[in-house]
Design a protein around this ligand. Sequence first.
Ligand code: HEM
Length: 519
Amino acid sequence: TRGVREFFMKWGKLGRSLAYILASSERSYLLRQAKKVPEAKGDVRAITGQPFFIPLYDLYLTYGGIFRLNFGPKSFLIISDPAIAKHLLKENSKAYSKGILAEILEFVMGKGLIPADDEVWRVRRRAIVPALHRKYVSEMVGLFGRAAENLCHKLDTAAKHGEDVEMESLFSHLTLDIIGKAVFNYDFNSLSRDTGVVEAVYTVLREAEHRSIAIIPYWDFPIIKDLSPRQRKVAAALKFVNETLNDLISICKKMVDEENLKFEDDYMNERDPSILHFLLASGDDVSSKQLRDDLMTLLIAGHETSAAVLTWAFYLLAQNPTVLAKLQHEVDLVLGDRMPTIEDMKKLKYTTRVINETLRLYPQPPVLIRRSLEEDVLGNYPISKGEDIFISVWNLHRSPVLWEDPEVFRPERWPVDGPDPTEVTENFRYLPFGGGPRKCVGDMFATFENITAVAMVVRRFNFELALGAPPVGMTTGATIHTTAGLNMTVTHRIRPPVIPVIGESTITTIEENGSVKSS
Ligand code: HEM
């Protein structure tokens, strides 16, 4: 606009004023431009054909901790900066909803805790969190042990017959069996048999994953919804699962009515310690639809996530024999042949680090989704209402700026005698269970479940990736799956004789150099 300004300048006082106004508007325009979030350029086709969080990593290395990605008519802000993640999840969490995630999951979770908007979420979170009290989690450790024992029987048979096993589906069945019993006292028994309910649950789960990566929401188009064989199958499966949940709610209501109930904070029914029983016994005043949404949400949230953690933990262990040996040594010392108890959880320190490090390299889910409900400032950039935002936990966890040797599986990066790493200790560069008010309610449950399963399996067996099996690639829905399963050769372990440590006062740890320390 220089020419125009010079022209105005010749017009005396009025002209100079106009030139001044023009110059200041130009300055504020330039300032606004300077504050525009950097825009990633390139061919969006690069995104397709691979898990979407992988190209986002390369873009992060080029554009930094906040950038915009235009995808057809849609635009997303990609966040890989710990301070911005903290702002979104914790400091100004009220200004954000679950956005696309809530839209995708509505068909299965309704107004369950994960997609729920602030109003519903507040009430349901207050009702559900108390159900996961310490006595409940302690009881659950027994359940984890029994379920892992069933898995060990399967592995035992495979090892005896020299057959390879596909571990990902075994872990999926293991965690389904656990979550069914833990949330609504239902024995899926999926490790032993395939029932209609198990198949229906998997149909619904796969659909939720499918919808989370589909580009066009074709299931919303009326004709396709009714005619597509896939969508008809999903609708039937969902109906079946909902009916099963309704039956379970009725059975549980009857049990609660017949009970001589004295409700306290750590209330637990010995015959049925499930979350459902707690909620009904607490007098939780809620519609059946809301209760069903909550149960379905807990089922989905607690099933695939834990299965994925176990899958990737064993994948990493198979390639890191030194870590596996150190892990087995700790498990021998702490457990020997005993079933794990809640007291063992704090003693299995190196096992915990293996899980922590697995969750760093393979976060579940790899991105967290939000939508802005009002204008805000992220980093130094003003953003508008209605922005769709992906917080890439994958990028945060593998950032070369934030971590030393980010690609290396090294459980020792957190000393066993230090605090367990969380989003708080790591100031939001590490988000294994999210952070802020919407943080995972099942973090302790899941950690103990994973510790128990890993410990019970590695003390009996050694593992190798099966010879001739397809390479273990990644694919994604809500969690990171393998492309063609995790095929492993399992052999019985010949264990050195050990004296298990019994008694709460003795804590045995394994030092960095492999030596054993008891205190
Ligand atoms: C939320 C991870 C297991 C129930 C979350 C979030 C993450 C997460 C990252 C935050 C999502 C967000 O902010 O958008 C995991 C991982 C697990 C696990 C990695 C296993 C290793 C479980 C289990 C349960 C559970 C076992 C239930 C017993 C939930 C629920 C929420 C949630 C209900 C929503 C909380 C809210 O919005 O208030 N989880 N989770 N999760 N998780 Fe988990």
